[in-house]
Design a protein around this ligand. Sequence first.
Ligand code: PLP
Length: 415
Amino acid sequence: MTPASLDAADDLARFRDEFVVDDPRLIYLDGNSLGRLPRRSIVRVAGLVEAEWGGRLVRGWGEGWMAAPRRVGAKLARLLGVETDEVLVADSTSVNLFKLAVAALRARPERRTVVTDDLSFPSDLYVVQGALDLLGGGRQLRVVPSPDGLTVPTDALAAAVDPDTALVALCHAAFKSSFVYDLAAVTDAARRAGAWTLWDVSHSVGAMPLALGAARADLAVGCSYKYLNGGPGAPAFLYVRRELQARLVSPIWGWLGHATPFEFAPTYTPARGIDRFLAGTPPVLSMAALEPAVDLVLEAGLDRIRAKSIRQTEYLIERWEAELAALGFALRSPRDPARRGSHVSLGHPEGWRINRSLIEEMRVLGDFREPDNLRLGIAPLYTTYSEIHEAVARIGRVVRDRLYEKYPVERSAIT
Ligand SMILES: Cc1ncc(COP(=O)(O)O)c(C=O)c1O
């Protein structure tokens, strides 16, 4: 089938019009890093600024602003496959990870090990290292190495979990290779050893259905600026299984996590449920941008989003095989769609300079991850088959015509 006929048959095609597509010649393949701007978010933010901030002033706190972490959290709960009182929107992913890791480690001091892998987003590793450093007491990190740099077998992880393991802290989808864990199987293996799981779902939320509740996952965090299209620096979320909420105390004793914040008591008493994981004032403008963006994902439906994501990553891999493999590109993502997220990484010794050329002269915006990966993100709500086809053609041209040779090999500060 031609890319145009695939687009014509696409049941999610209408959602592209929900987003600002400023330059139709620009092929945007970085929605796995920063999603496009939803038109509804413009309307919602503008409305909030004028009518609510401008008109309602401080009354806005009682008219929806203070409730936003729980209200938007309840919508996210549907994407995570959990209950509405188990999710909050707050802070950044890094901060939420810290809050949950410290709370979990403190709750069971007799278990001293955190198991993770070397595919995790480095910030997650740093945050967990920082939590272990803070708590001390002989606690340590056990990093399960990926045998191929792309995947980690469930068996290898399960073998690393023992009665000393407090937490298994993993990224559900790997930021570089796109490898996706079997969340239920890993959670089950951890539980059998008495360990809790802490999942970072930043690279899978909004791109595939998640069933954290059915898997009985314990804890999770994630960001909302990738496939959820919440905007640059959009607030993150956290999930705590209901049965654990009373046992865990956030290390940040902020007033909004207090049982009765507006009594302004001088000592801290944590709120009863998930609210105890709030810290300070919610970022109301960012929440306003995020909420309609989440509504769009709910409207489209995660089953349809995942089905299209798989079709499009398969299509990209087919195009790689036909056009790019012979030009020195290696597939650096799993072949099995069940184990692959919504981006595809292609390795090439000149990956950095090829990406420079794609950005500077080819109007293809993906990104680059060391040492040599072009990371191409599929965002099913707005990525078209024609874009994928054309992007592959442009990548091929950059290599065949050696266009990349005029760019320096030195990396820039932000990649
Ligand atoms: C998987 C993952 N975890 C954590 C982070 C860090 O999130 P933040 O900078 O919002 O704290 C990122 C950022 O891209 C990420 O991809």
